[in-house]
Design a protein around this ligand. Structure first.
Ligand SMILES: [Zn+2]
Ligand SMILES: [Zn+2]
Ligand SMILES: [Zn+2]
Ligand SMILES: [Zn+2]
Ligand SMILES: [Zn+2]
Ligand SMILES: [Zn+2]
Length: 450
């Protein structure tokens, strides 16, 4: 049977590792020897020409004539995959159309197997290592980069990208050898961030090595302060002790120290705290007013930022009703600090860090100026939404975010600050609304009772 013979030869070609010697012709190919040992490649059939199907369809020939080894390791083009998928569909259609049990149909089946194997190879270059692994809530992706030298978060040794397969978690950026994947005991901090999005706000809450049974808080290795059998390293964020495998003396700003002491000095933290803190950095989870109200008296810039944020919230209604402002994407200037257009009291640790360095005050003042300029100078529609002080009926048009204006908390009318505080009576607009409401009900109630 010619068909079986072809298939057998085809299969042999795929399994026989010696074929790659005959197929590969370029001995100067970079890292060829390493990739050969590292990742078994699918070899071409011995004599691809004999398998060639005499088809006029050019799409059908895709992926057959190509030399697999000329493809740079770890790199493939998306179009290759798409073209292959297209070719597979085309091939399936042909098989259905060709006369049953005919030689052409058998050839087409061989071709289909071939194309599918090629597609599999492209989508998953390393046959026995899947691209995605889900472990301990981590979502590990196989790394494409072969040359980078990284350190494995599990075994603490170098990852030789060229000869070793390694994975990175897309959630928390934990990276490790594929051989270390199944040894991971620590679950992904990304899930911790979503379940438990609150910081530890006690400064280095230590409970002592004895409460940890003299073991690493993460991997349970025996540790002691004498360094026997393993050195105990304290994490300033959790207050717990760790072994040198789980604590690499990385340093980070500690939220509790920032909140209570306004201290941004980086302290030593363990690996998992470092990953957690990195993921939490820009999350607006700190309600300063509740956590440490005294901070506003102590840190001058905080008052300034709070005023700017309150103003921005007052400007927001102008922008969301103004077509020009929307087109100019003015509010997007705050896209890195989305919470600034939603509230005025939540802060991220990044906000506080930028605040202490003076960076936040600078950028926010600039944004405030741009916003005010649009409403008060550049845009006629926004200008028209200004207020006249009803108390003195004098002076310029007022805007709620002007430094010399006050806003009625009930009806949002705007007055001169001085007029508003001098006036012992209630807001004239609220009073007007009140009388109108009464006059509406007056004629209705007596007649309704009788
Ligand atoms: Zn490792
Ligand atoms: Zn993870
Ligand atoms: Zn450990
Ligand atoms: Zn406008
Ligand atoms: Zn006034
Ligand atoms: Zn009012």
């Amino acid at each position: 049977m010619e068909y079986d013979e072809k298939l057998a030869r085809f299969r042999q070609g795929h399994l026989n590792p010696f074929n790659r010697e005959s197929t590969r012709e370029d001995p100067t190919q970079a890292d060829g020897d390493l990739s050969q040992n590292d990742s078994p490649q699918i070899a071409l059939p011995v004599e691809p020409s004999k398998l060639e199907i005499h088809s006029s369809d050019r799409v059908m020939d895709l992926g057959l004539a190509e030399d697999h080894f000329s493809r740079p390791v770890g790199l493939f083009l998306v179009s290759d995959v798409n073209q292959l998928k297209q070719a597979i569909e085309e091939c399936k259609r042909q098989i259905l159309e060709l006369p049953e049990h005919s030689e052409q149909q058998k050839d087409a089946v061989v071709k289909l197997i071939h194309l599918r194997l090629k597609l599999q190879e492209l989508e998953d270059p390393d046959e026995d290592e899947p691209n995605v692994r889900l472990l301990q809530e981590h979502r590990f992706y196989k790394e494409k980069s072969k040359s980078v030298k990284q350190t494995c978060d599990k075994c603490n040794t170098i990852i030789w990208g060229l000869i070793q397969t390694w994975y990175t978690c897309t959630g928390c950026y934990y990276r490790c050898h594929s051989k270390c994947l199944n040894l991971i005991t620590k679950s992904c901090v990304k899930s911790k961030v979503s379940h438990q999005s609150e910081y530890e706000l006690n400064i280095c809450p230590e409970s002592g090595l004895d409460s940890q049974d003299y073991r690493c808080a993460e991997c349970r290795t025996l540790i002691s302060l004498r360094g026997v059998p393993s050195e105990a390293r304290q994490c300033d964020y959790t207050g717990q002790y760790y072994c040198p495998n789980c604590h690499w003396n990385d340093t980070d700003v500690i939220p509790a120290r920032a909140i209570h002491n306004w201290d941004f000095e980086p302290r030593k933290v363990c690996r998992s705290s470092m990953r957690y803190l990195a993921l939490m950095m820009s999350r607006p989870v700190l309600k300063l007013r509740d956590l440490n109200p005294l901070l506003f008296n102590y840190v001058e810039e905080l008052m300034e930022i709070r005023k700017l944020r309150q103003d921005i919230l007052l400007m927001k209604p102008y922008f969301i009703t103004c077509k020009e402002a929307m087109e100019a994407r003015l509010l997007l200037q705050l896209q890195d600090r989305q919470h600034f257009v939603e509230n005025d009291d939540m802060y991220s640790l990044q906000d506080l860090l930028d605040l202490s360095s003076g960076k936040l005050s600078c950028s926010l003042t600039e944004i405030h100026t741009t916003f005010a300029k649009h409403i008060k100078l550049d845009c006629e529609k926004c200008q028209a939404k200004g207020f006249m002080c009803e108390l003195c009926k004098e002076g310029d048009i007022l805007f709620p975010f002007d430094s010399h204006s006050s806003v009625c908390s009930d009806c949002s009318a705007v007055f001169h600050r001085d007029c508003y505080y001098d006036n012992s009576t209630a807001c004239p607009r609220c009073m007007r609304l009140q009388t109108r409401k009464q006059s509406l009900f007056q004629p209705a109630s007596p007649s309704g009772l009788q």
